[in-house]
Write a new protein. Structure first.
Length: 258
């Protein structure tokens, strides 16, 4: 899935209200700012900003805040929960994404006489220069409060040429497959000599294990295969469980995106 797929678009009335929305963020020197959203969205590099507020540790939960090493930007990205980590992983493999950050901005607006503050959980910079804001809904779907805030954030994003996504939990088979490939996302697995041989061997669709055995030492070749599948050099179906006899072919990075 490309980063813009499934993006929530706000209606015209919501987009017009975006002119009255502020954004709070902290710059790389940890200085706090609150400026109009229209102004900041055009020239602020939000992906270089730290989280607008820290991620709390909730004792008793299985997943605590942590760090995800992004192959897209080559650096660690902090996340606050498991659902954020999963969406980070999927965005990290998306060909349209060039940079990632977790909760770098908080939008502020007035609604019903009250000040509303909402910090989308993820932000991605896209290859066309625009941005994507993401919130993660649980298995039960978004709460009424999140759904209402999502409508406003979607309008604010649309008003500046960005997108907003309220992401539901992805398919578990897709998640498991991409999680496996993510274990080989580091460039150390991209052995140049093997990569060129793989591209030649998979020029027509073939069983993965057949090519691995043909090329030599499986211990050396399998990591390169998995890295090439992560990077989109090779393509395989990710909506069914990966196995050694899965049919693999050559593909551009865009075709390899899940």
């Amino acid at each position: 899935m490309r980063a813009t797929d499934g993006a929530v678009r706000g209606g015209g009335d919501t987009a017009a209200d975006a002119s009255r929305i502020d954004v709070c963020f902290r710059d790389p020197l940890e200085r706090a700012h609150q400026v109009p959203w229209f102004e900041a969205a055009q020239d602020t590099v939000f992906e270089d900003c730290p989280a607008v507020r820290p991620f709390p540790v909730r004792y008793g939960r299985r997943v605590a805040p942590g760090w995800w090493w992004s192959s897209t930007s080559g650096r660690l990205v902090a996340y606050g929960a498991g659902v954020m980590r999963t969406q980070l992983m999927l965005l990290d493999r998306d060909s349209a994404v060039v940079a990632l950050a977790c909760r770098p901005v908080e939008l502020v607006w007035r609604q019903g006489g009250k000040v509303v503050r909402h910090a989308p959980q993820l932000m991605a910079r896209l290859e066309n220069g625009s941005g994507l804001l993401v919130d993660c809904a649980g298995r039960g779907g978004p709460s009424a409060r999140l759904a209402e805030r999502a409508r406003v954030v979607a309008g604010a994003a649309e008003a500046v040429g960005w997108c907003y996504r309220l992401a539901e939990p992805p398919d578990p088979v897709l998640t498991a497959n991409v999680r496996w490939l993510a274990g080989y996302r580091h460039p150390r697995h991209a052995a140049g000599s093997w990569m060129s041989a793989l591209v030649e061997a998979f020029s027509s669709p073939r069983s993965a294990v057949e090519v691995v055995r043909e090329l030599g030492d499986p211990i050396a070749v399998w990591p390169v295969v998995f890295h090439a599948l992560w990077a989109g050099v090779l393509s395989v179906r990710l909506d069914e469980p990966l196995h050694e006899r899965a049919v693999v072919s050559v593909a551009g990075r865009e075709a390899g995106a899940a």
